[in-house]
Design a binder for this molecule. Sequence first.
Ligand SMILES: [Zn+2]
Length: 500
Amino acid sequence: MEAERTNPYTFRLPKPNYLPHITNEPIVEEVFKPLDRPSELENAAYRNKAKRTMQELGITTPKGYDVSFHYNPEMERHHFGQTHPMKPWRLTLTKGLVTAYGMHYTMKNYTARAATYDELTSFHTSDYVDFLATVAPQPTPLDLDGTNSDLKFNLGGSDCPLFEGLYNYCSLSGGASLDAARKLCTKQSDIAIAWGGGLHHAKRSEASGFCYVNDIVIAILQLLRVHKRVLYIDIDVHHGDGVEEAFFSTDRVMTVSFHKYDPMNFFPGTGALEDNGPKSEHNPGAHHAINVPLNDGITDEQYKWLFENVISRCVEKFKPEAIVLQCGADSLAGDRLGKFNLLVQGHGSCVEYCKGLGLPMIIVGGGGYTPKNVARAWAYETAIATNNQSNVAATAEIPLHTPYRKNFEYDSVLLPSIEQILGDARQNRNTQKRLQEIIQHVTEQLRFVSAAPSVQCSIIPPDLGGIRDDVERRIKEEFDERNEEGRKDKEEGVGVPMEH
Ligand SMILES: [Zn+2]
């Protein structure tokens, strides 16, 4: 019973909020503008410049595999609020940089439709989705006085505000990742990119950490219809708790999260090295949650080394048939919330490694609160996916015609150095000894993992209800037990081709 008490979903540590209620930080200048409505002439001129850049840099369509890009520009128009770190505008910057290099000509582009109600409830409860769909926008957060008021579904506070068009935003994010999953399932794509997805904290019926709808879970549920085992990898600076929790009791999904871990001070407080899924060996999900807790200041070299050592072992034992890679960009140096020393190249090395595994893969976004760096990372990772990374890096500066170019700063280089970003690097609090211990612990966990799935077949939809009910029951039992003791406390993805 002692082991049961350490289950992160039984006892939730006090959750530090992402947002201080009173902040001395200067209000981030809003660069949000309604999308420009360029004339046909302006569009044609932009396309010509992008094509010329593409030809000059030798950017080409990947050979032997297809990359697809799933995106709906409607997402960018949403606004979490003036002081909120989440800026959908970072997607505008990313799209601008991707198209400035002409990389959209190297991929299949789909304007993803919004996920439907039924698609959202493949994971979320109808109560929760109904509320999201009908609740009125709330211009002022309901927890401004600092007290944790009883927020319904954790909605309306400063972390997860009820902004105008919220349901639209959520269903567009869900729609893009789901479309990506469907293109993988039908083999129309080998690497599907959805930068508007990656909202890993959302729970079945609770918003959390700027995330309302868990597009990743919805996409993985779709992948499970045709893939026996899916490996989920999360390189956001925060623990991928929502995805881990959703697949807690199944051996068909292995979740691996690399994150900063400081339970009392850093959100969400879960994801210790020793948390590896259900403690009971009878539960198929046991040992299928891998957590890599890190400290501030980790460098590209350490991160790459650790990532490759951990992921190679997971792939060898678990033998996934598909990968979902969450590329939260708040793990980059200079992030407004994250405190690592990762450069765009180090972050991108994870994408490069995963691509090298040759498995069908979805790449989603996630966190990332310094928009200029988010756009750099995701554009560079789009280049990695299409095998154009050395081409985009051939010239230091981003193309002159890049939209909103002045917002990129750092002398407009694509790959800024740590000095350009931070002046001095943050102190690195990760020792090589600790990283070795992590690899050792992961290796031990993986001894218990066998690649034989508990379900036999490939084309049968997973018994989602079964997975969820089991988790719910466990949480309830553990909750009851704790109280008793009284003292302890995812018509198919019809993306339509985007116009070039
Ligand atoms: Zn994050």
